[in-house]
Design a protein around this ligand. Structure first.
Ligand SMILES: [Zn+2]
Length: 64
């Protein structure tokens, strides 16, 4: 998870219900902060529908 530059916004999106919210790396337990993205995704649980179907999307909102 340390591959993302600080200007990169991470969104956690639920593929079951479509709920998306900004994902903060600092909300991860310390043991997961350097885990691979797919490992983190496996642990995502949607706060809206409860499905474990989260996907992380990386995007930059900077104007180049
Ligand atoms: Zn959901």
């Amino acid at each position: 998870m340390n591959v993302a530059p600080h200007h990169m916004v991470i969104m956690a999106e639920c593929s079951a219900c479509g709920e998306a919210r900004e994902f903060s790396k600092t909300s991860l337990p310390p043991g997961l902060r350097h885990a691979e993205v797919r490992e983190v995704e496996k642990r995502l649980k949607c706060a809206s529908c409860g499905a474990k179907a989260g996907k992380l999307r990386f995007g930059s909102y900077r104007d180049d």
